[in-house]
Every structure is written in structure tokens, then in C-alpha cells.
Design a protein around this ligand. Structure first.
Ligand SMILES: NC(=O)c1ccc[n+]([C@@H]2O[C@H](COP(=O)([O-])OP(=O)(O)OC[C@H]3O[C@@H](n4cnc5c(N)ncnc54)[C@H](OP(=O)(O)O)[C@@H]3O)[C@@H](O)[C@H]2O)c1
Length: 268
């Protein structure tokens, strides 16, 4: 079978994406290739997913027209300056490398089309949220294939490149804030006599369900909050407490701090 998509890098993100692509039948395992310098990584991904493996990015680029760049930012200069990876007009390069601007990447690979993606780590359970930017010269077919690939690991929204710092705050970092909320709600459950397991399961599933309600009910968060708060009931007591403790502005401050840090790192 012809290789249709190649992963440059075979670490945590590449593995998650490959598993999603196979599970959602976007590509079969034998249509996917991945590369990594270490034999241990190649053996692991081949055993876990059944994809074809190569030792070098150049061999992967030779085999596939669509490439996902999934190495660490520190691997970029060695990849392009030392290994001298070159790409051609036929290549669509989908980069998930944090902080690497399309303009900078294009200096290394001026002939191919580039898509820049900011995924989040929830793609490991195929519930990711990604923002993506179509670079200059990308075609409607490139947009369609990018959307199909990213939809295999969750939801994806097209944004402008200048919005990616905001995406970093809203979906890149926010899982950490939400884990803190789940942990705190579960702690409160334990305080009131639930087992740790029961409390964590109920708190986490409530977060999954609340997210699904926002995405699928057609109602705004305000309408949904209203729906849970019966007049004179239990929930409005908790909502009042969160309002008194500035819950919303604390979360806005947390996202804001993340966006600012991302902007600072982008300038370096
Ligand atoms: N993890 C997240 O939550 C997250 C979220 C958003 C964006 N990202 C971005 O996703 C990218 C990948 O992150 P990750 O967590 O998957 O990293 P990772 O687990 O460290 O994987 C990096 C992979 O790159 C391979 N590699 C290094 N140099 C290479 C080269 N010259 N040619 C081919 N492969 C090479 C490594 O191979 P060896 O194993 O052989 O060293 C490894 O398999 C990063 O740029 C990160 O910024 C990550």
C-alpha cells in the first residue's frame, strides 16, 4: 500500500495522532509512516500501531506527500541545518511544533505548503481541541485534508496565526486548569464521605458532560447554568459562592497569564 502520510517524529503527539487516524479510519496503518532517530522509538511505534518506520525524515518525505512535523522545537535546527531535510512542491507540511511560526519554517522549506497547528494533549484520548492556520499557497483540498486529520483526534478550529497565543491559553493550557477543578471537586466529595474513586469519576464525567452540553445542546453557558439552578435550590448556593470568590475573573486571569507568556516566548 502507498504511504499517504508521514510523521517526522514518533513521540507522544505523533503516537496519539497515528492511533486516532487508524481508529477513525482516516488512514490504514499501512498508509502511514513515522520516523525517529532512536531504534527504541521506532520499535515502539511499529509495535503499538503497525505503521511503517524509517530512521530519517528524508526517507519519510520521499515516501509521503503529507507530512506531520512532530519533533520538539530544539530538534528543528538539527533537522533542517544538519540533516538538511528538503521538501518539494508536492509536500503539505502540517507542523504541530509549539511556537514555530510559518514564516520561520518557510525559510527552511520554501517550496512546500505549510499548516501550523496548536493541538492540546487531550488528543491522546481523541478528545483534543486544536487551532490551525493555513499558510500561504494552501489550497481548499489542503484545508479539507487538514480538517480530516485533526478531526480524528478531536475538534479543530481554523484561526489566524496571530490568534494562536489565545488558542494556547484557551485550549492548550486550559486542561491543566480543568484538572485542578476536577481535583478540587473530587476532594470536596471525599470530604463529604465519597470514596476517592467515586468522587473522581463523578467529577470528571460531570466535566465531560458539561463540555458536551456546551457543544451539543445549542444553549449558551448562561442558559445552561440557569437550567441547573432551580429557584431556592442547591446549585444556586454554590454558584453564589463562586461569584463571591471571583471564580470567573480568576479563570480569565489564568488564561490571560498563559496568553502573555506565549506572546513573550514567541518574541524570543
Ligand atoms: N505534548 C503536548 O501536549 C503538546 C501539545 C501541543 C504541541 N506539542 C508539540 O508537539 C511536538 C511533539 O511533542 P511530543 O510531546 O510528541 O514530543 P516527544 O514525545 O519528545 O517526541 C518527539 C519525537 O521527535 C523525534 N525526533 C527528534 N529528532 C528527530 C529528527 N531529527 N528526525 C525525526 N524525528 C526526530 C524523537 O525521536 P526519538 O524518540 O528517537 O528521540 C521523538 O520521537 C512538540 O514540538 C511540542 O511543542 C505538544
Amino acid at each position: 500500500m502507498t504511504v499517504k502520510i508521514g510523521f517526522i517524529g514518533a513521540g507522544r503527539m505523533a503516537s496519539a495522532m497515528i492511533k486516532g487516524l487508524i481508529a477513525k479510519e482516516v488512514y490504514a496503518a499501512d498508509e502511514i509512516a513515522a520516523c525517529a532517530p532512536s531504534a527504541a522509538t521506532r520499535d515502539r511505534i511499529a509495535a503499538d500501531t503497525g505503521v511503517q518506520v524509517f530512521a530519517s525524515a528524508a526517507e519519510t518525505a520521499e515516501a509521503a506527500d503529507i507530512l506531520v512535523l512532530a519533533v520538539k522545537p530544539k530538534n528543528i535546527i538539527p533537522l533542517f541545518n544538519e540533516e538538511k531535510l528538503r521538501l518539494e512542491h508536492r509536500h503539505l507540511l502540517i507542523s504541530i511544533v509549539a511556537g514555530l511560526r510559518i514564516e520561520t519554517l518557510a525559510t527552511y522549506v520554501p517550496d512546500c505548503r505549510i499548516v501550523r497547528v496548536m493541538p492540546n494533549h487531550c488528543c491522546m484520548v481523541l478528545e483534543g481541541a486544536a487551532g490551525y492556520v493555513m499558510g500561504p499557497g494552501c489550497t481548499p483540498a489542503d484545508r479539507e485534508v487538514t480538517d480530516r486529520i485533526l478531526s480524528a483526534i478531536g475538534l479543530a478550529v481554523e484561526v489566524r496565526e496571530c490568534d494562536l497565543d489565545a488558542v494556547t491559553g484557551v485550549s492548550g493550557s486550559s486542561p491543566a486548569f480543568l484538572y485542578m477543578a476536577v481535583q478540587a471537586i473530587a476532594d470536596a466529595g471525599v470530604l463529604h464521605g465519597l470514596s476517592r474513586d467515586a468522587a473522581l469519576t463523578l467529577a470528571a464525567q460531570s466535566m465531560v458532560g458539561a463540555g458536551a452540553m456546551v457543544l451539543n445542546s445549542g444553549m449558551t453557558p448562561e442558559q445552561l447554568i440557569d437550567g441547573v439552578c432551580s429557584p431556592g435550590g442547591t446549585t444556586i448556593e454554590g454558584v453564589k459562592t463562586l461569584q463571591e470568590k471571583d471564580f470567573k475573573s480568576t479563570l480569565i486571569d489564568a488564561v490571560n497569564a498563559t496568553v502573555k507568556k506565549s506572546q513573550e516566548m514567541g518574541r524570543q
